[in-house]
Design a protein. Structure first.
Length: 200
């Protein structure tokens, strides 16, 4: 994720309840359970609430507690688990929002290679403002729509930006393309697991 033009970030807030849920200072088994439990609770609360303000607060979770806190909590879990899938949705949203110009450029470069994925991702035209809007739309769909569809849209976005990155020069672009391609596969698998009732 590019750090150019990124506004300064507030320090992540870590109140005792969050630290306890994360299992800090405890054993790895407690941390594993905390990751899966918090992901399940977050998704359940978001999907049960018929209140746009709650959905908006869940969208802005990274702004509240910091991406590093979510990383500590979820990023070490396998990609094809509920916490792994949620981590990737929040990570993608953060990239789309903090580097919308760069994402729009990479996305536009990938559209001609992956037209079906472009249709699923729904960023048309791929301008910075549209990238930021779709970033919220995808994550909002996880809480207020079909979770599998949200994962599929994120997977399609990753597929398009992977193709766009591969079309650019330099080893960094190629590395990003490889990572995005893997993320696309993991998110698509997560959508299938969710529909089967086995994403946990």
């Amino acid at each position: 994720m590019s750090t150019e033009n990124r506004p300064p970030r507030r320090p992540s807030l870590r109140d005792p309840a969050i630290l306890e849920l994360m299992g800090e200072g405890s054993d790895p088994i407690a941390q594993l359970h905390a990751a899966h439990e918090t992901a399940a609770v977050l998704l359940r609360v978001g999907r049960a609430a018929d209140d746009p303000s709650i959905t908006q607060r869940l969208l802005e979770l990274v702004d509240e507690i910091g991406l590093s806190t979510l990383a500590d909590l979820w990023s070490a879990r396998p990609a094809r688990t509920l916490p792994g899938a949620l981590w990737r949705l929040y990570f993608i949203r953060e990239w789309m929002r903090t580097d919308s110009t760069g994402v729009a450029r990479v996305y536009a470069a990938g559209v001609r290679f992956t037209e079906p994925n472009h249709v699923v991702a729904g960023i048309d035209p791929p301008r910075p403002d549209d990238v930021r809007r779709i970033a919220d739309d995808i994550l909002r769909g996880a809480f207020a729509g079909d979770f599998a569809v949200a994962l599929e849209r994120a997977a399609a976005f990753c597929a398009v930006t992977s193709a766009g990155s591969a079309d650019l020069d330099g080893p960094e672009a190629l590395l990003r393309a490889t990572r995005l391609q893997q993320m696309a596969a993991d998110l698509a698998a997560g959508a299938r697991l969710w529909r089967e009732g086995s994403l946990s």
